[in-house]
Design a protein around this ligand. Sequence first.
Ligand code: AMP
Ligand code: GLY
Length: 421
Amino acid sequence: MKIGIIGSGGREHALCYTLKKSKKVKKIYCFPGNGGTAAIAENISIDLSNFQELKNIINKNKIDLIVVGPEKPLVEGVVDFLKLNKIKVFGPNKLAAQLEGSKIFTKNLCEKYKIPTAKFGVFEKENEAIKFVKHSNLPVVIKADGLASGKGVYICQTIDECQKAIDEIFGGKFGKAKNLLIEEFLTGEEMSFFILSDGKSIKTFQTAQDHKRVLEGDLGKNTGGMGAYSPSRLINKVLEKKILNKIIYPTIQGLQDMNVVYSGFLYAGLMIVKDEPYLIEYNVRMGDPECQTILPKLNTDLFDIILACCNEELEKIDIKWNNKKSLCIVLCSKGYPDKYDKEVIIDNLKEIKPNNNDFCFHAGTKFMKNEFYSIGGRVLNFVSVTDSFEKSRERIISLIEKLNWKKGFFRKDIGYKVIPK
Ligand code: AMP
Ligand code: GLY
């Protein structure tokens, strides 16, 4: 089989690497991929919003199956387009992708199906939003409705901060805004919970916790993710049952009631408050960098799983995992998430040869003139899978220190909640 993977991050390199291990996968194409996928697949650089061009390349190269990594093409309907053109594709369709594409869609679904989530209000007028926060207990969380690359969420401690958030959202910072969401602030511990669905049945696909803040101690600005570990320290059988029964099943049912079939990965961002799960958000894809920590623990052929999902035969597959502790540290360009240099050579990278249970997944890199260059803020994802989080972290740090990239930085405290001081 020939596979095509849409996306260019660490998640897509991890998907590519894991699919490549399958004996049934003959060749992989990445649209557009990165420096890491270039070594194991053919990278094809295209404008991902041009579905027609994508279709032409898929047909020309006789690609059998497309796997979609990031949310944007899913929310824009790439799955619907490819299916209409008789191309096999793994991921949710446009209607199902609203779970990530519209926070208000998801909140309304939660309300209708009594899915536990923060209390909320939807506001179409600036003065009504302000009036509401003036009568609320602070902090409150103010959110833009649509996709905002993780930036459309404001945790506001003062009325001035609320005013700024409301001004920015209605001012169009995240695209034209008809309305916004104001939520109660939940205090607890966050956890990422993953499942796979083929529209008929679901399978759990591990848990993880990520670190979104740029500085050690979970301080500083929000980023796309500085590191993650799997499994989450919070998960146990009782909590898993609650998450499935109170959140996942009612969501899939709610979609079905609207004649929407959910097929693909689904990522529930949860807040666990006194052993009870609350839905913070849905993502209609794997997490990044959570995916990079989860896939190395998989003992079943990922290609078989994905194909079964596309063929609505997921129930027949037994997904097996190892019990190890997986941890990922993201090496970033100095200055990220603000300004940073691009096209900086990563001199030593060719010399770094991770062994069996250590991995180096590329994110913002490019391979040219026989060298690797950084082209993004999050550059490399180092993952290690061992018997303890402590050992995994030690191995990663020693790999990053060996690389010794002068233009990079990383957090040394990833996983501090699961690693004794
Ligand atoms: P989201 O993009 O909705 O996941 O929000 C980004 C981050 O904001 C989450 O990972 C949480 O850390 C935080 N957050 C969002 N909503 C809430 C809430 N209602 N209460 C507390 N924290 C929240
Ligand atoms: N790790 C957060 C995300 O993928 O959205």
